[in-house]
Design a protein around this ligand. Structure first.
Ligand code: 13P
Ligand code: SF4
Length: 340
């Protein structure tokens, strides 16, 4: 029985709604010019997630999803990595580049999924079943990565689970919605950690059904962090990068998008001939991740000028967290038939 009421964790719209000062356009231009000059001077690469504000996406060397960003981080020849996303993403870049300087505009840019899964609680659950094979969504801390067998992103989770050893009991952490979607795709049972993305659980079955009625010709594309009640109304469920390819290939003129609002800028840039309709949430305009939106052009400029805040991790933690991430990158690069 599917719960269509979408009961979600309590929270107030006010503390979820990011208050973001608007930078005047002349200042945007001059900051952008200085950032380009700093990139050259530092031999730095600016990596930005699809949920970053438009001004940051426009000045970045690479804009993409968590998988694309970790692949870029793994192969960049730059001396300095400037990571515009949230903290766990910059941490992943540092784990893959222990000898490089990795900076981020705001050290406090966290993630509700990461918060939901403290490493000690994960270890306690793992201790209940020595046959667990732990697959951790990349939205988790370095300690949780180190305690896992393999990492996945929303872009490769199905492939990673198909590749998992058949004789092990799968434990999927920390996103129960992504985990449930992967179970549907792979028919592989998994124990799911009870975490969620506070942004993606704001969409409800009723709100999506309503917008579909208003735009009967527009397909719905949803992120797998959405609840099942929402995913079941979607024409496509995929990672943010696959949204770009799907929308490009679609013949639809208008497409309804159920993911964080930053994605709309990327989609408009990639598919200028299409109209993108942000899927409405039920009670508030909560489709912006307050963590992703902590990064501003000013903070990006400042972190490049001062080379801080930096991501620093102990060599021991880097060593332990690195293997499961590398495993993910290896499986991701395999042709499908070898991957499971
Ligand atoms: P992807 O970009 O991998 O689809 O992930 C979305 C997300 O929520 C990142 O925090
Ligand atoms: Fe975490 Fe959700 Fe924000 Fe992504 S959108 S960083 S999953 S809180």
């Amino acid at each position: 029985m599917i719960d269509l009421t979408d009961t979600q964790p309590a929270g107030t719209a006010i503390d979820r709604f990011p208050v973001r000062p608007v930078t005047p356009s002349a200042q945007v231009d001059s900051l952008a010019r200085e950032i380009v000059a700093l990139k050259k001077r530092l031999n730095a690469v600016v990596l930005a997630h699809n949920y970053q504000i438009p001004e940051i996406q426009d000045v970045a060397d690479f804009v993409g999803d968590s998988l694309g960003l970790s692949q870029q981080a793994a192969k960049t020849p730059a001396d300095v990595i400037v990571f515009c996303g949230v903290h766990f993403m910059a941490e992943t870049a540092k784990i893959l580049n222990p000898h490089k300087v990795v900076v981020l505009p705001d050290r406090d840019a966290g993630c509700s999924l990461e918060e939901s899964c403290p490493a000690d609680k994960l270890r306690a659950l793992q201790a209940t079943n020595p046959n667990f094979h732990t697959i951790a969504y990349i939205n988790c801390s370095a300690e949780v990565k180190a305690a896992s067998d393999v990492i996945c992103t929303s872009g490769n989770a199905v492939k990673i689970v198909r590749h998992a050893p058949k004789d092990r009991d799968l434990l999927f952490v920390p996103d129960e919605n992504l985990g449930a979607w992967v179970m549907e795709q792979t028919q592989r049972p998994m124990t799911l950690w009870k975490g969620n993305c506070y942004v993606h659980v704001e969409w409800t079955h009723a709100a999506i059904a309503r917008i579909r009625r208003e735009h009967p010709d527009a397909p719905v594309v949803a992120h797998p962090e959405c609840t099942r009640a929402v995913r079941m109304l979607a024409d496509e469920v995929c990672s943010t990068e696959k949204m770009v390819t799907w929308c490009r290939a679609s013949t639809a003129k208008s497409i309804i998008i159920a993911t964080e609002a930053g994605m709309l800028h990327r989609l408009k840039r990639e598919c200028p001939d299409k109209q993108f309709i942000p899927a409405p949430t039920e009670n508030c305009r909560c489709n912006e991740c307050r963590f992703m939106k902590m990064n501003t052009l000013e903070k990006l400029h400042a972190c490049m000028e001062t080379l801080g805040p930096r991501v620093e991790l102990s060599p021991d933690l880097i060593e332990r967290a690195r293997r499961p991430i590398e495993r993910m990158l290896e499986i991701s690069a395999m042709p499908l038939e070898n991957a499971g």
